[in-house]
Design a protein around this ligand. Sequence first.
Ligand SMILES: [Zn+2]
Length: 446
Amino acid sequence: MARGKFWNEELETLPGERLKALQLKSLQEELLWAYQRSPYYRREWDRAGVKPSEVKSLADLAKFPFIDKKTQRDTQGVGSFLGELAAVPEEEVVFVSTSSGSTGVPTLSPFTAQDFDEFQETEARWFWQAGVRPNDRYVHALNFALYVGGPDVIGAQRTGALCIWVGAVPSDRLLFVLKTYQPTAIWASPSYIIALGEKALQSGLDPKKDLSINKIFVAGEMGGSIDATRRAITDIWGAELFDFYGLSDIFGACAAQCECHDGLHIAEEHIYVETIDLKSDELLTNGERGELVFTTLRKKARPIIRFRTGDIGRIDRSPCQCGRTHGRIYVDGRKDDMFIVSAVNVYPSDIEYVIRALPEISNEYTIRIFEEKFTCKYEVTVENVSGKAGAEVRDLVINALKARIGVKPAIVNVQPNGTLERSSHKAKRVIDERRETIAKIQGENI
Ligand SMILES: [Zn+2]
């Protein structure tokens, strides 16, 4: 089949009403599948007094209880290896990934053969949407060990591109691959792609001139949708940057930017998105900012019904310039990472925005959240790359943070360039000492 701009034109441009009708039909089937086959959903929905047969509109889903990471951890291994949320016997499962474990015990995510095939079909659509074609050479520089982002390379391969399965290798080796094979596209985390570009420059290699990368995919951190971070990456690489958003519980990438770079299209035939109020859990209307709640519409191995992602964001279902009709999500940060200073909600992504926009400091930083006299405060550590004095740079950082966020940091440490650790994958930049104290009291491992 000859493809033009779209990977699957009919599906990607399905008119709003038809897309909704498709979602409702799939939702009814998914709920019934879950109720009939998953011990957890049957028990909890009976307890809540809700039945799949009562769902006559998408809004009716709001009657069903939420699940979250804790539900997954608590039900994992209960009754069977796959746990009580699973809706198929183990014989029908062909693949499991685990969550990255950034919060607590890693959880398993099972796929049937059909789930896995649809996962890769969706990934192929995202790569195609970003302009990957059979004449591209694509480097997959994500971890393959248990991580759901690993198999996404199969989706890239489906587009016909030549794929190089690099995985997580030391940056010297990756630079060797980029130099020797001259690939045109790469996927890595935002922090890593910046660190890799800096390393290339240090070794006398200019990514813009000496390498052929013209498309970069990032996921796993907020940076891919933060303008200043995007600029930091494109300045080094001279490539077009596409942000992807994934959840190990569903797919490697559930949503991805198109050529308009305005929000991330979500595969709405697979996922129904709700947004709920951060305090009351009440359903919000389209476009309002709250916690994103996802429901799978086609997953067979383990349906995910009303999963609280812990991510704060919004969904926009207005038409996109690109012609795709699937809604676009905007993710602002993790609910867990938000902290409150002097009654102001502070997101680490806002701090990153400020840091990446200041030319006097490097792209590396850490944030420490702590309590002093029962008041929450934050400290920021940055690296001075300018010829200016440390005190002057410190004032610049303080003023820029105050202007963007509304509250000043308690402390700004200005260090020489190269002091902070360069991370190869998900960068751990936020140290929350308040949470560590609570965990110690509760005797948990964190
Ligand atoms: Zn679009």
